[in-house]
Ligand binder design. Structure first.
Ligand SMILES: [Zn+2]
Ligand SMILES: [Zn+2]
Length: 355
């Protein structure tokens, strides 16, 4: 595919897994904003043609030499941040900050495992829109076989990113207030993280009323539609001094600016959403200095997938994390363009492509 062109269904050749790689038969993949940005051209520098998809689940079909942990038949959740096992950030447990990530589109060591008529076809990270994919073993996280594998797909990106943004990145504590900007697939999971932590009030913010209704279902104690309501005034009314944490789970620079402005002293704004390449937002340094407010970035919810995925699975099994309710609609792979359109139009929490 090329940016701004419809996706194409094509039969690709797929290599055998190389050393340390596994071949996975995909069961489901979520429809994520980062892929939408690659498809609509708002993120530049994405090599084409490319197989998109950064969140999914499946069953290990075969393993390459040197694989230590997985065997054919294992159920796995795909991570887009495999641990290289060698760099400082992987050693610290943050593979999403790995210093040895392969260039975008390629496998580590260069090259691709997808081909079309002999030419390389790029991988968007794990490229989970392929019915069969090849990933490093470290990108396939074992999941207990009694967990619904189709739903496990969402743990691969949106669930872990949203939940972790509150629990890890903001370090929210019980009784602290939090505002979540953007109540889509990631924002709803930030709300779930805030509920699990005991945050109060939990304020969901979105310009789409149906998403605010969802936010309340997922545990937001209050909601604000900034088009119809005075955002700043409402937040002051609910919290007095502003919020202890704001989570910006939408790629809007205006929301990022507002997310900083609504902070109480020592509050932290967590930037999760990614606007188009090159967009920036203004910050008043006095807000930061005088009140010790902080702005932090969060990638993959500052989480280590090997640790966090099983935790998310256990929380879901215990009924403390809702995943089925995140799925607005299920699609076939050849409906991926429609799934993207619905995502861009703000019609869905999460679309799930089922193979
Ligand atoms: Zn994603
Ligand atoms: Zn690394």
């Amino acid at each position: 595919m090329q940016p701004r062109e419809p996706m194409q269904m094509m039969e690709l050749e797929l290599d055998e897994p190389a050393f340390g790689e596994v071949r996975v038969k995909m069961v489901a993949t979520g429809v994520c904003h980062s892929c939408l940005h690659a498809a609509d051209g708002s993120h530049t520098g994405i090599p084409m043609p490319i197989v998109l998809g950064d969140e999914g689940s499946g069953i290990v079909e075969s393993v390459g030499e040197g694989c230590k942990n997985l065997k054919p038949g294992d159920h796995v959740i795909i991570s887009w941040a495999p641990d290289c096992g060698a760099c400082k950030y992987c050693a610290l447990g943050f593979p999403s900050l790995c210093l040895n990530t392969p260039p975008i589109g390629k496998m580590s060591g260069g090259g691709t495992r997808f081909h079309y008529q002999g030419a390389d076809v790029n991988h968007y990270g794990p490229a989970t829109y392929g019915p069969y994919i090849i990933v490093p073993e470290a990108a396939a996280v074992w999941v207990r076989p009694d967990f619904p594998l189709e739903l496990a797909a969402l743990i691969g990106c949106s669930v872990t990113t949203g939940f972790g943004s509150v629990v890890n990145s903001a370090g929210l504590r019980a009784g602290q207030s939090v505002a979540i900007f953007g109540c889509g697939g990631v924002g709803l999971n930030a709300i779930q993280g805030a509920v699990a932590t005991g945050g109060y009030p939990i304020i969901g913010i979105d310009v789409v009323d149906s998403k605010l209704a969802l936010a309340r279902e997922f545990g937001a104690t209050h909601t604000i539609n900034p088009i119809q309501q005075d955002l700043d005034g409402e937040i002051r009314r609910l919290t007095g001094q502003g919020v202890d944490a704001s989570i910006i789970a939408v790629g809007s620079t205006l929301a990022m600016q507002q997310g900083v402005e609504v902070l109480a002293k020592q509050g932290v704004a967590v930037v999760l959403g990614l606007p188009g390449t090159g967009q920036t937002f203004p910050v008043d340094p006095a807000l930061l200095m005088s009140g010790e407010r902080r702005i932090v970035g969060s990638r993959y919810g500052s989480s280590n997938p090997m640790v966090e995925f099983p935790k998310m699975v256990e929380l879901a099994m215990a009924g403390k994390l809702r995943i089925e309710e995140l799925v607005t609609k299920r699609y076939d792979l050849d409906e991926a363009d429609e799934a993207f359109r619905a995502l861009a139009a703000g019609e869905q929490a999460r679309g799930l492509i089922v193979f």
